[in-house]
Design a protein around this ligand. Structure first.
Ligand SMILES: *Cc1c(COP(=O)(O)O)cnc(C)c1O
Length: 364
């Protein structure tokens, strides 16, 4: 029996093969590969899809987050509150600017919890970074309120939440800057590294446009110490194809998630909760199980791969030892890192593959 992997990037390529090949060839033949018409068109189309005034394409998701942190003016010693249960990149973006990441706990939907944010605010706090983890928006209403009350900037890490809505409005439009990754496995994925920011703020847009291109607006005139982080023409052209099909790709994931919800019936397995105000886009379908490692081994024996997002929370990673956190400081974050398991979920997943996953989960 063929192994069922957690993701199959080839499947969604073949779903739209002709369009992808046409876009790549068109770009190759154009003779223009960086900062051209494809990028401009993608930025316009992405901003319109999200419902933001501006979009700026960059090299990857981490750069989107890092440039957002720089654009809002973070500097050495500033504090930024971020949830403990996230991918390391959210935290790296903060520490890249010299600011100090301060960790808060998640709620039962895996999003940053408002009370935990309130408890972490000090007179050095400058911003909050929320992560719409697994594809479900955090409790934005409360978080936006807190940011207004304490005059904090809000950055949204939307690397897993393309198209996810909160009260019908897209994630990425609630904060000062929304940051996206188009890493190939994301819900809107490129065929290499790519990322973008969205914002309604002209000043932030201009600053990030400058920073992504060596800190210059006019060639060879450098106003700031920028970086090289550009979204290239081929990736932009390929992403435009994805964007055209975003709705049906989302609906396909929703249908798979729907089957998991209906058909997985096992007392040992907890299905993900849905926040009533939010639309989940199921970047990952994350279950919880007290016997997580046994379950993963059981599935593996049946030819089904799983993955843990994430086994070591950033505050316990070696990289952030210097912050001085120890085991027990974030009990919820830590407990969940021992129980969560992401099961196969991807565009182009066959009905038979879904059946096999469901049967194996029920047999555990
Ligand atoms: C993927 C991801 C990133 C980083 O994106 P890259 O394009 O790989 O740099 C940041 N934050 C989260 C939550 C992610 O899942």
């Amino acid at each position: 029996m063929e192994e069922i992997m957690t993701n199959r990037l080839d499947r969604s390529f073949y779903q739209y093969q002709e369009e992808f090949e046409e876009a790549a060839l068109r770009t190759l033949r154009s003779g223009w590969y960086i900062m051209g018409k494809e990028l401009e068109a993608f930025e316009e189309e992405y901003a319109a899809w999200i419902g933001s005034k501006y979009c700026v394409g960059v090299g990857n998701g981490l750069d989107a987050l890092t440039l957002a942190c720089r654009a809002i003016g973070l500097k050495e010693g500033d504090e930024v509150i971020v949830q403990g249960n996230t991918f390391i990149a959210s935290v790296l973006a903060i520490s890249n600017t010299g600011a100090v990441p301060v960790f808060a706990e998640p709620d039962e939907y895996y999003g940053i919890e408002a009370d935990s944010v309130r408890g972490a605010i000090t007179d050095k706090t400058k911003a909050v970074m929320v992560v719409h983890l697994y594809g479900q928006p955090v409790e934005l209403e409360e978080i936006v309120k807190i940011c207004r009350e304490y005059d904090l900037r809000l950055i949204e890490d939307c690397a897993q939440s393309h198209g996810a809505k909160y009260y019908g409005r897209m994630s990425g439009t609630f904060g000062d800057i929304g940051c996206f990754s188009f890493y190939p496995s994301k819900n809107i994925g490129a065929f290499g590294d790519a990322g973008a920011i969205v914002t309604d703020n002209e000043e932030y847009r201009d600053r990030i446009k400058m920073l992504r291109n060596y800190g210059s607006k006019v060639r060879y005139q450098n106003e700031e110490t920028g970086i090289n982080s550009r979204l290239d023409e081929i990736q932009a052209a390929l992403l435009r194809v994805r964007l055209r099909h975003a709705k049906e790709m989302y609906e396909e994931r929703l249908a798979i998630a729907g089957r998991y919800r209906e058909e997985v019936k096992n007392e040992k397995i907890e299905l993900p909760l849905r926040r009533p105000q939010a639309d989940h886009v199921y970047h990952q379908f994350v279950i919880r199980c007290k016997e997580r490692d046994e379950l993963a081994a059981f599935l593996k024996e049946r030819g089904i791969s799983t993955i843990i997002h994430y086994p070591i929370p950033p505050h316990l990673s070696k990289a952030y030892e210097y912050l001085g956190y120890k085991k027990g400081d974030l009990p919820k974050t830590e407990a969940w890192s021992e129980e969560v398991l992401s099961i196969p979920m991807y565009n182009g997943m066959t009905k038979e593959e879904q059946d096999r996953v469901i049967e194996a989960l029920n047999a555990f």
